[in-house]
Design a protein around this ligand. Structure first.
Ligand SMILES: NC(=O)c1ccc[n+]([C@@H]2O[C@H](COP(=O)([O-])OP(=O)(O)OC[C@H]3O[C@@H](n4cnc5c(N)ncnc54)[C@H](O)[C@@H]3O)[C@@H](O)[C@H]2O)c1
Length: 316
């Protein structure tokens, strides 16, 4: 198949790129490198079935030309603003990079007759709840502009499916960790400890409790859903049953760095406005379909810490 991956130079998109190339597909990555990095696609660049186009999805002319010049069978739409805290100060960041990027992708698909989309959605659409949320949970009141933009993206995907005969796979990720991450709590802790090895400031009270999914498990799950479901709109929570507290992550990072740092909590139950302190997925639907994560949440966190410390030092 000829596949477009938006945001394919980012953390998750680059793993997806490698995996789809390994399956023999032809992959075009379109990314503005605002958050992604060229070294994430260094291996892919060696593959003759791969091409990279640097560009912004908001630049409609350039983006549409990519559709005009290629006959895509499917789009994996991974591009978004992935820095949730950043858009608190400026809501435009998510309106543009999370919602409008989806809308422009759908417009291009309509214009050039591409009929399939796999979408990177998120647990952030569910907002703050102590319930173990299944796909049918609602009503939905996201706590962040990011969650709101992803929920609105799902809504537009639905209306484009209905109006223009598009088929969609909406996959809702939890926190994802692992090789090539571009952001997130583990990276933040390592950066802080490199600066001040004797102390680590942790936002909130450290009790935040969420599932962390290993990126390679996530990619397996996305492809598993795509290959094994065939409704007009297929929608799945992707995740892992176990969870990790932020204070456990802090301890693991300190331990892996061989330090004796004192942890200082800023207090309050969350890291920032729009953060959801606790989250838990009901994964019955994806388990029934036949997929389960291989790594627990703690194993995923540990792998991610080791990768950043051993391999990815230069990008800190
Ligand atoms: N990492 C997670 O924990 C997580 C959790 C839930 C959902 N997601 C979703 O998964 C997808 C991938 O996330 P990620 O963690 O790999 O983030 P990432 O920031 O590493 O990747 C996103 C990519 O999109 C690109 N991009 C952003 N705006 C763009 C624009 N206007 N035009 C072109 N390219 C643009 C960035 O440069 C980046 O390479 C995103 O849609 C994200 O919302 C991620």
């Amino acid at each position: 198949m000829k596949i477009l991956i938006t945001g394919g130079a980012g953390f998750i998109g680059s793993h997806l790129t490698d995996r789809l190339l390994a399956e023999g597909h032809s992959v075009v990555v379109y990314d503005n490198l605002s958050l992604g990095r060229l070294d994430n696609i260094e291996e892919a660049q060696k593959n003759p079935n791969f091409s990279f186009i640097e560009g912004d999805i908001l630049d409609k002319e350039k983006f549409f030309a990519v559709f005009e010049n290629n006959k895509f069978d499917i789009v994996f739409h991974m591009a978004a603003n992935s820095d949730i805290a950043r858009s608190h100060a400026n809501p435009d960041v998510d309106f543009d990079n999370t919602l409008r990027t989806t809308y422009n992708t759908l417009l291009a698909m309509k214009e050039f007759g591409v009929k399939k989309i796999v979408f990177a959605s998120t647990s952030a659409i569910y907002g703050e709840t102590l319930e173990k949320v299944a796909e049918t949970y609602g009503p939905l009141f996201p706590a962040s502009h990011y969650g709101a933009s992803k929920l609105a993206s799902e809504a537009y995907i639905s209306s484009f499916c209905e109006n223009y005969g598009i088929q969609a796979w909406i996959t809702r990720f939890p926190n994802v960790v692992g090789e090539r991450s571009t952001h997130g709590v583990i990276r933040d802790f390592i950066k802080k400890l490199k600066k001040t090895p004797e102390r680590l400031e942790v936002l909130g009270n450290g009790m935040q409790y969420k599932p962390y999914l290993y990126v390679k498990d996530l990619v397996e799950a996305i492809l598993y859903v795509w290959k094994n479901t065939n409704d007009k709109i297929n929608f799945y929570n992707l995740g892992v049953d176990s969870r990790t507290r932020v204070k456990e992550i802090a301890q693991m990072v300190i331990e892996e760095m061989g330090l004796n740092a004192k942890i200082e909590y800023t207090g309050g139950d969350r890291g920032w406005v729009g953060d959801v302190p606790e989250f838990n997925y009901n994964l019955d639907k994806i388990h029934k379909l036949g997929w389960e994560a291989k790594n627990t949440s703690n194993e995923a966190v540990r792998k991610a810490i080791r990768y950043i410390l051993e391999i990815d030092k230069c990008n800190l």
